[in-house]
Design a protein around this ligand. Sequence first.
Ligand code: IVH
Length: 680
Amino acid sequence: MPRAKASKPAARHAELVREIKAHDYRYYVLDDATISDREYDKLYRELRDLEEANPKLLTPDSPTQRVGDQPRSDLRTIKRETPMMSLDNTYNDEELAEFMRRVTDRLKSGAKVKYCVEPKLDGGSIEILYRDGRLAQGTTRGDGKSGEEITENLRTIRSLPLTIEHKGPLTLRAEVVIYRRDLEEINEIRTGRGDAPFANARNAASGSLRMLDPRQVAERRLRAMVYQVVEGPQIAKSHADSLAKLAKWGIPSHQKEKVCADLDAVRAAIDEIEKSRADYPYEIDGAVIKVNDFTQQDILGSTSKFPRWAIAFKFGAERAETKLHDIIVQVGRTGAITPVAVLEPVELAGTTVARASLHNEDVISNLDIRIGDTVAIEKAGEIIPQVVAVNKKVRTGKERKFELPSTCPICDSPVERREDGVASRCTNQRCPAIVRASLKYYAHRTAMDVDHLGSSLIEQLVAGGKVGDVADLYDLTLDDVLSLERMGKKSAQNVIDAIARSKERTLDRLLTGLGIEMVGHSACRQLAEVAETLPAMLAWSEEETIEKVDAISGFGPKMVESVRSLLHGDTSRRELLEKLVERDVGRPQPKAAVAAEGPLTGYTFCVTGVLTRKRDDVHQSIRDAGGTVHDKVKKGTSFLVAGEKVGKSKLDAAKKHGTVVVSEADLDEMVVNGVPNEEA
Ligand code: IVH
């Protein structure tokens, strides 16, 4: 009977997924593999082949579906003897003086201390090992104690010599950066072929380092700048001398170090770096102040997190002043109407800025922003600039107040200002701007992953009236697509095939693609695990919906209400769900039972800020250890894993909900050893 036959591959599939995940956990988390790489690859290939032969078996959580499609066996983890630490941060003069006082206090009285002041480069950190004069090994920072092996990728960095005349062991720490002009070019190429541009040079650099194909890495034009000699300090007596020695051997460093004898000189050196920030061809985000003498560094030692001989002085966001020519409005996926500043193009942090988000009417009225004003803009860590202030002194009186239009600029429907929020919305669900944005969201790689459905195609489909909601995609015929501009037969067929393939996505991705307010990707997965199928979800009564959703860990009242309103609120969204069911879109969600049992079972995490690894990878390591991931800090979130540049709102939310804030290093520890005993 065909049924019995089909269940065999399914059982083997489940077994392989379970086994490979367990090996991943042992290899990456416990660092205690029980099979060889070859045996691992055999299992991996069997799984891949099985899925190719039985596409129905493919689930998004299969090890073959990892983000970036990386067979994980390729980046080896390497433990290091001296962990890579981070630097203590300061933003003000008092703390800087306090640091210097602590240093002199700890050293024998009367000791003369010199400080080396240098830029803090904003890229990805690596460790490089030279043995017998050869570039022997490269690793990423990883969790500090161990990193991923990227030797072949480092070999593509042309500025890094493959051989040096010094034959002794040499362990170096460096920052890998991308020049701003190179990043602009790389981003142009990426957007040209429909890929998302990198948000900043740091992401581009750290992402590139971990790519599997060194030929692709070579295209990223990475540069390594050494900032520390870890093993081999016998080559010099001080930090500054060690950098000079490296320069002699052709090893690149930033070459901007300055040796200073007192606070005033240190302060002046920091100012100098900050003033010339825009002249650096790569991003810097502060200055690093280091005790110069290696013997003194050794005496000072380190705490569990930071060396006591160094501190980072972080710079604030870069600011620029420019003219506000106009305020236009954009309509987003939820209908939210966002005012956008049209600016006189201005250089900021190495890029030209011509637009900035103004978020909502309240921002405009609080800052009293008027068209024609001279405004200050800042980049808040990332690439999107913000208007942060108005220079009222230079007003001429000709400036005009801005008023949000009372009708949608795209479809002319009335705009509604909701009582509970600051956003104004277009009320017409069929507004072309909303439909376009919804389709883009639906087709995104992390949602329904509809290949070939790019922006211009979406625009044509909507403008031509061929698609009015995401379900209409499934009614498109080959002729419909063929009738569009510049569309060949093969491309049209590709589009149709990709749309058909998207029906096979599991429920969590379908829900993600629909964009349920307040319910992010991780929460959609939890919801999908409870519902299993869309028809089952639609069969829930209103009471059942509230009861089931309220029971999901981490779902607060607003999320419950959002799901309730999706299923039992205004009829148009329910009708869309029914349309999707009629078109057989979506596959059952595998039962939550596949979730790993591990040291983090029963705990929930929210991850935020800039981390050393991709956020998806951090999420996965939490799940692999049995933990649950929340998109936001909310009722029941046990831990907030805070990387660098954490937003204040996240920390405030943690305080409110009694969520414990931990570092990425703390998380790495917990993934292995579990949550420390609270009484301990
Ligand atoms: S010295 C902690 N010098 O900043 C060990 N670090 O927050 C001593 N960084 O992981 C680090 N420029 O990736 C040092 N001139 C510089 C640096 C620098 C950038 C990065 C580095 C480190 C991180 C610490």
